[in-house]
Design a binder for this molecule. Structure first.
Ligand code: MN
Length: 714
């Protein structure tokens, strides 16, 4: 069992100037609050925080991390409160211990494989300090080392969770020694038979393997010596879990002892690494696609190394890693290297820089060969765009940040969304607009005849919820339109001494539907209700009349036919100091009395009048500018182009025209375009006396039914 002095010794080794007093105080505090508690092993509880602190010291982490390691269980398991921790050890320790406690409160009800990725993300998302994760890893490592004291089924659950969640996180953070140990112990508890079998096989071939390892090392050493390269050559056995996986995935029997050995050459400089690589390749033939240059392209977790697989002296495959001493150090501690000390100093003093580094990784994801490999998962504190919540049965759902209980309900099922009446979060009733937080357990209550509300659209965040709510509202509107359309049609048919209901199911009616482009007669009826088709149009299809029906085109023709010819306009403007001069108006901006205007002298054409804010006018040279003003006494009309945006409906144009004429304005030109979304843009050029006259017309047209927007253009 480790003692507090061992932890202190480790720290003074890698960080001579460290504040050892705070370590001792954390130990004493932990001992006091955990007093009387016993682990399943029968040992005092204190052994656990001590071991965890020891692991953190093995990772050469900063004093704060080790202190938090001693205290990591005190909020959860003792009467201690966060305020106590802050008072005694400062806000940073409190923050980290609270983070660890928050993560511990997460129960991974189910760790099915398809959920594992979300669980890992959720795990990382909940920690806003990387040290929280490092402490959780150390905590899990020690718990795995003492797993035998649990009951058999509990062992399996914990081992499975370790394999699904913790080992991949350790790998993604580049802390491979923790990853290996977690995998190995999980494997041992999950598949004891397989584990023992491989253990026996490996043990049996041990002598033979050691001999082989020495042979290969000698070959390499000789080659390096010839080139005067100083290096360290290591041979290591792969872990049982990866041997097992290789046997499973490649369907191989255990026989090739070479397959379980990997070699590593550690040198001083990068150029030596490449030189060594060249020498290896000149000695043994490389297998092409197996070469990976993680020196030129480091892995996102900073891992650097040259990887190659060659055909060895006995025709076997040999895996070799080549790296510098520095790269070796990083490969051993991964992201933890950022929180460790080097030569008594922290590598990075600035915490925010570290997070910037992680952010950098995320942003440069596309530069890595295998972007799917880690990246999303190294994002600490960067998952702000997502929240992870549980269903009452423990399934994880991922929603965008700001999503509400209604979004959650729709994510479960459309009907759950449509019928949701309320929600409970962590057992408490909350409003439907409640914004979900990571870790929430969400329960939705539904009622059979309950329906979505338009109000929900104000706060839902997901596309699914939004579109389902809209769809429901639209369907409701359609039902209303069908009953309205039916009434209108019945009336119109009666006028022609026909019965709409009798004809409803006939082929003739179906043909009318097809004529207007509808598959179902219901759609035709609904469109009559919406006002897109008049009942008369339908009647005429069934019982045609002699005289030609009014067609929208002819309305325009009639309108334009009433155009009054433009009068000469020059009298409306006075040019300062000049009496008789040819005046024209800019077509671009069509000034009207009341507008502020400016004149421009155009060679041979007199003066052109523009609105002062006209884009074209602003481009003209100031030397040609001349002051002009409106002649108050002139009674003229001036052309102005207006645009009307509206929903398509029968009778729209007539209403617009009526409103323009009401104010005595002439329509000089009219045209319209229907857009894809059933909106119509109508353009009218009208003759107005001045801006007041124009404003009156515009506001009258704005009040026309289904008109969305009216504005002067040009
Ligand atoms: Mn613990």
């Amino acid at each position: 069992m480790i003692r507090v002095n061992d932890v202190i010794d480790k720290i003074s080794d890698y960080h001579p100037g460290a504040d050892l007093g705070i370590i001792e105080r954390a130990y004493i505090y932990s001992a006091r609050v955990h007093e009387g508690q016993v682990r399943l092993s029968g040992e005092p509880y204190l052994t656990h925080p001590l071991e965890v602190a020891g692991i953190l010291a093995d990772m050469k982490l900063d004093v704060i991390s080790v202190v938090a390691g001693f205290l990591h269980d005190v909020i959860e398991d003792t009467h201690a409160v966060p305020e106590d921790i802050e008072k005694l050890f400062g806000p940073e320790v409190r923050h980290i211990v609270s983070g660890v406690t928050k993560l511990s409160s997460l129960t991974f009800h189910s760790s099915r494989a398809r959920q594992a990725e979300s669980l890992r993300k959720m795990f990382l998302a909940m920690a806003d300090d990387i040290r929280v994760i490092l402490i959780k890893l150390a905590d899990r490592l020690h718990n795995m080392r003492t797993l035998q004291f649990h009951k058999a089924n509990k062992r399996k659950t914990i081992a499975k969770e370790t394999l699904d969640i913790y080992a991949p996180i350790a790998a993604r953070l580049g802390i491979y020694w923790i990853k290996n140990e977690l995998e190995e112990t999980s494997f041992k508890f999950l598949q004891p038979d397989e584990y023992n079998r491989i253990q026996t096989l490996v043990a049996k071939s041990r002598t033979e393997r050691e001999k082989y390892m020495q042979t290969v090392k000698d070959y390499i050493q000789k080659k390096m010596d010839e080139a005067h390269l100083t290096c360290e050559i290591l041979g290591r056995n792969k872990n049982y879990f990866s041997i097992y996986n290789k046997m499973i995935s490649q369907n191989l029997p255990f026989g090739e002892i070479y397959d379980i050995i990997a070699f590593r050459i550690v040198l001083d400089s990068i150029s030596q690494c490449y030189e060594a690589l060249g020498l290896i390749h000149s000695m043994w033939k490389p297998i092409d696609h197996k070469f990976k240059d993680y020196v030129a392209r480091p892995k996102p977790n900073m891992y650097q190394s040259l990887h190659t697989t060659v055909v060895g002296p006995f025709g076997e495959r040999i895996e070799i890693q080549i790296r510098t001493r520095d790269m070796d150090r990083v490969a051993k501690s991964g992201i933890a290297a950022h929180w460790s000390y080097k030569e008594g100093k922290r590598i990075d003093e600035n915490i925010s820089e570290k997070f910037a580094w992680i952010q950098d990784l995320v942003e440069n994801q596309e530069n890595f060969r295998d972007p799917g490999e880690f990246l999303e998962n190294v994002r600490i504190d960067l998952f702000q765009d997502e929240v992870y919540v549980f269903t009452p049965r423990g399934e994880i759902k991922t929603l965008p940040y700001g999503a509400t209980t209604v979004d959650f309900a729709y994510m479960i099922h459309t009907e759950v969304g449509n019928q949701c009446t309320g929600a409970k979060v962590n057992g408490q009733l909350v409003p439907l607009a409640y914004e979900l937080k990571t870790g929430d357990i969400v329960e939705i209550t539904i009622a059979k005849n309950h329906h979505p509300s338009k109000d929900w659209l104000k706060y839902v965040k997901t596309v699914k919820a939004r579109s389902k709510i809209r769809y429901w509202i639209k369907t409701q509107e359609k039902e209303r339109s069908i009953s309205l359309g039916r009434e209108m049609l019945e009336k119109a048919f009666r006028k022609e001494k026909l019965s709409f209901n009798a004809m409803l199911k006939t082929e003739q009616m179906a043909n009318v539907g097809t004529h207007f482009g509808f598959k179902a007669v219901d759609d035709l009826v609904a469109n009559v209700g919406y006002g897109k088709i008049t009942p008369l149009q339908v009647v005429r299809k069934i019982a045609p009349k002699k005289e030609p029906q009014a067609d929208p085109e002819s309305i325009f023709n009639k309108l334009v036919g009433r155009v009054v010819r433009k009068k000469r306009l020059k009298d409306g403007v006075l040019v300062k100091g000049v009496d008789d001069i040819l005046i024209r108006f800019g077509k671009c901006c069509q000034p009207v009395p009341g507008d502020s205007i400016i004149g421009y002298i155009t060679r041979g054409y007199g003066v052109t009048v523009h609105r002062t804010n006209c884009v074209n006018a602003l481009r003209l040279t100031p030397e040609r500018q001349i002051e002009v003003e409106w002649n108050q006494e002139a009674s003229e009309t001036y052309p102005v182009k207006i645009q009307i945006v509206s929903h398509d409906r029968v009778g729209l144009l007539a209403d617009v025209v009526g409103n323009i004429s009401k104010f005595g304005a002439n329509i000089l030109n009219a045209s319209s375009e229907t857009r894809d979304n059933k909106m119509v843009d109508s353009y009218f050029t009208i003759g107005v006396e001045d801006t007041t006259h124009l404003e009156r017309i515009l506001s009258a047209v704005r009040k026309v039914k289904l008109v969305q927007d009216v504005k002067r253009i040009g």
